[in-house]
Design a protein around this ligand. Structure first.
Ligand code: NAD
Ligand code: ZN
Length: 344
């Protein structure tokens, strides 16, 4: 669903999914909205559970397992559905929880591709930030005990998405920019990658066009445009892949806990050699919105941590293959990767 005010229809949308008389819905809400008007607008009924989540750290498998336990402790009956309201982190939490309610063990057991056996509980996305494409992707990205890797499966996909651009009002400019650039970088990495195909190109080109309108021009309906850009960017990478920037941002995130959007911005700023036009345009977008990025992040890191960063990045084989082709290992050696990190 798309449109200003479409959030008001959430109650109607889930009404037909309230199947079991003793069951309930769980509203997974980014705690940034605790006590805010949005919380009061949630269509809670009967035994529905409001589950505020904190995303100061990006979602961890232990956190997901804990939330699932909380829901099981709340009721022996499974919820009829889960609604995730927030940015990429909250949407990923909602996806992972809805999967884990129907699959045994820890969420860490399912980090990988198509390891999920049972379909999820019905789940709905309500993004309050635009850019990650988490609303449309088939992954829920989690940091586990040994790796940062998503639960990738067909069952991860949301059953319903409510895109209400009004929910972006009030996002601080920095956060709006970082998450929006995640989308811009998805497009550049998808379009410039070796995996590119007509499906990904169709969505990627439109998303890139919308990003340019949002970040280089001035439009009263820029939030509407950014929500569609995010969705289309997600569709583009669904059939291709991201590249060097995302691989490097995973290393920053795993070792330093840097969030995805800002991590992508930090890494992208050093990738002129790989994405010359994209990086030049990105810098114009930064200037226009007066964004400054943190520097010197790796200056105090010991060799062990730097090595871990390099290994984390280089383990993402499909991303490098998409970016640099099948002989990527000759082009992105551990030394070159380390040198890039040291400049950050
Ligand atoms: P986020 O969800 O991590 O939130 C960033 C900050 O913005 C948080 O402090 C949050 O509380 C706050 N926030 C959210 N909505 C707000 C609003 N309307 N107003 C004010 N503050 C608000 O940010 P993100 O960039 O949307 O998501 C990043 C996460 O998404 C990472 O965990 C990343 O791994 C994940 N991700 C997932 C996919 C996927 O396909 N599943 C793709 C890319 C990124
Ligand atoms: Zn991304």
């Amino acid at each position: 669903m798309f449109g200003r005010g479409s959030f008001n229809q959430l109650g109607d949308v889930i009404a037909s999914k309230r199947i079991h008389p003793d069951s309930y819905f769980v509203f997974v809400l980014d705690d940034v909205f605790a006590g805010k008007p949005l919380e009061k607008r949630l269509p809670l009924q009967g035994r529905d559970l409001l589950l505020p989540v904190n995303v100061d750290d990006e979602p961890k498998t232990g956190y997901i397992d804990n939330l699932v336990e909380q829901i099981r402790a709340y009721s022996p009956i499974k919820p009829d559905g889960i609604v995730g309201i927030g940015g990429g982190s909250t949407m990923d939490i909602a996806k992972a929880v809805s999967l884990m309610l129907n699959n045994p063990g820890s969420s860490a057991d399912y980090q990988g591709w198509d390891l999920i056996q049972n379909p999820s509980v019905y789940h709905v996305a309500v993004p309050t930030l635009a850019g990650t494409g988490a609303e449309i992707s088939r992954t829920a990205i989690l940091t586990g005990p040994v790796k940062k890797l998503g639960i990738n499966s067909d069952h991860t996909l949301f059953h319903q998405i409510v895109l209400d651009p009004e929910l972006l009002a009030g996002v601080p400019t920095d956060q709006w920019f970082y998450t929006g650039m995640d989308c811009y970088i998805h497009d550049v990495e998808s379009l410039q990658g070796t995996f590119i195909n007509e499906f990904s190109k169709a969505y990627g080109e439109k998303s890139l066009d919308l990003c340019r309108q949002v970040f280089l021009e001035d439009h009263p309906e820029r939030d509407d445009k950014l929500m569609m850009a995010s969705y289309f960017g997600g569709m583009s990478i669904a059939y291709s892949q991201v590249g060097a920037c995302h691989a490097l941002s995973y290393g920053l995130s795993y070792v330093l806990g840097i969030h995805h959007g800002i991590g992508c911005c930090i890494a992208f700023d050093y990738l002129d050699e790989i994405y010359p036009e994209g990086v030049e345009e990105f810098r114009r977008m930064m200037d226009k919105h007066r964004i400054t990025l943190p520097r010197g992040l790796t200056a105090d890191l010991d060799d062990q941590k730097l090595d871990l960063m390099v290994t984390t990045a280089l383990n993402l084989v499909p991303l490098w293959e998409n970016c640099l082709g099948p002989d990527w290992q000759k082009k992105m050696t551990p030394e070159r990767c380390l040198a890039l990190y040291k400049r950050m």
